[in-house]
Ligand binder design. Structure first.
Ligand code: GLU
Length: 436
């Protein structure tokens, strides 16, 4: 029995309990097999380097004390400090955070950042927390994990259920403990406390940039004539940090956005929605439902619409073997992390659907996080045009690298993206060697 299969039995008890982690390992193994990687390197990449599990007690507004489960996982730090968001979600667990940390390692490596991969999470429904409870929760969590984070160690950022204000509180807590301001400890901060211009929009913006590259690539290959104009229809699942900006930018570029949704459901108009007005409506009403001139649509039906571009930007597991047969889009841009399962991805790619994998499609967020970290360390800030131009350049070269590998290995886009990521990481691992 090889080391890998022996350890598979062992590690399954600790890490493998979530679909997301198992999917990440399946995709890693498919890439390492295709590129014929030394199995000793695969052995190290399929498990995280370290994890911290903490209890986070919080006094709630009603005076009671509640204990929440908190996690921070660092998957790989060979290329640099760990980097990745903090997720507040009622389903978060160690295995899911470990899988997301692994995806962050691949994402940072793919786009050439000097960073490793990490992720954090607290098992809580963020929508049920008051502002004071949210603040108490993130401050206590920061203190609980303070020994493993820092600008040279591990740099958190927002993710599902957290935002720029959450990062401001994290930065403040860390800085209070150190006795001086430390902007480089987190990214995704508000601009007024050292955040970067363009960071809040960067993930959604990157989704749209990579969609544009996909269209140009397919046209060059004579596979489709889709353009960023009103002849192209798009549906976006999820209207948070990522989905709302992606929908807005698609609409700004002239595409017909026929449906968008949030957790409570979606809105549809076959002639296209005015996303500027949808945003104004949401700011006033807090839900998309009831937007004038739209019909209601469920999240499940939105995914199955007959559109050219589909952007699942909500949570993992949106498209699986259960609904894959009903998916009609020609391009799928993975705005969320892991929205298409490996089996569904194979099936879609076999049918000629072009998939822009998460590690490329939503990498805009961590790319501008890296710019924010660099600006914070230097105390020298760039204009939004500079940020956007650098973001566009990094994504264009990553996209070109991935399609070149896809053609070289005759494999899917996700496998090609992981080959590129793993190749860079494994070269660094070999050069640094195995300690002791
Ligand atoms: N949470 C985002 C992601 O999944 C951003 C992470 C970061 O900026 O560090 O990529």
């Amino acid at each position: 029995m090889s080391n890998i299969s022996k350890n598979k039995d062992f590690s399954s008890h600790l890490w493998d309990s979530s679909e997301l982690y198992r999917d990440a390992v399946t995709q890693l193994e498919s890439a390492t097999k295709t590129m014929n990687l030394d199995p000793n390197l695969t052995e190290r990449l399929r498990v995280p380097k370290r994890a911290m599990i903490v209890t986070v007690p919080v006094r709630m507004d009603d005076g009671s004390v509640k204990c929440f489960e908190g996690f921070r996982v660092q998957h790989n730090i060979t290329l640099g400090p760990a980097k990745g968001g903090i997720r507040f979600h009622h389903d978060v667990n160690l295995s899911e955070v470990a899988g997301l940390a692994m995806l962050m390692s691949f994402k940072c490596s793919l786009v050439g950042l000097p960073l490793g991969g990490g992720k954090g999470g607290i098992r809580v429904d963020a929508t049920q927390l008051s502002r004071a409870e949210h603040q108490a929760l993130i401050r206590r969590y920061t203190m609980e994990i303070i020994n493993i984070i820092g600008p040279e160690k591990d740099i958190p950022a927002p993710d599902v259920g957290t935002n720029a204000q959450t990062m401001a509180w994290m930065m403040d807590t860390y800085s209070m403990a150190k006795g001086y301001p430390v902007p480089g400890v987190v990214t995704g901060k508000p601009v007024d406390v050292g955040g970067s211009l363009g960071r809040a929009e960067s993930t959604g913006r990157g989704v749209v940039y990579t969609t544009e590259h996909a269209m140009k690539y397919l046209e060059k290959k004579g596979k489709s004539k889709l353009k960023m104009d009103s002849s192209t229809t798009v549906a976006v699942q999820g209207f948070g940090n990522v989905g709302s900006i992606a929908a807005y930018d698609y609409w700004q570029k002239g595409m017909k956005v026929v449906a968008v949704s949030d957790v409570s459901g979606g809105i549809y108009n076959k002639n296209g929605l005015d996303i500027g007005k949808v945003m104004e409506y949401l700011a006033l009403n807090r839900v998309l439902a009831g937007f004038p001139g739209s019909e209601p649509i469920t999240n499940a039906d939105l995914l199955e619409l007959n559109v050219d571009v589909l952007t699942p930007a909500a949570m993992e597991g949106a498209i699986t073997s259960k609904n894959v047969k009903n998916i009609k889009a020609k391009i799928i841009a993975e705005g969320a992390n892991g929205p298409v399962s490996p089996e569904a991805m194979n099936e879609l790619e076999d049918c000629g659907v072009f998939i822009i994998p998460d590690v490329l499609c939503n990498a805009g967020g961590v790319i501008v996080s890296y710019f924010e970290w660099v600006q914070g360390l230097q105390q020298f800030f760039w204009s939004e045009e500079e940020v956007n131009q650098k973001l566009a350049d990094v994504l264009e070269s990553a996209f070109n690298k991935v399609v070149a590998l896809k053609e070289q290995y005759k494999c899917g886009m996700k496998t090609a993206a992981l080959i590129s990521a793993v190749d860079r990481m494994s070269k660094a691992m070999l050069l640094r060697g195995l300690f002791p």
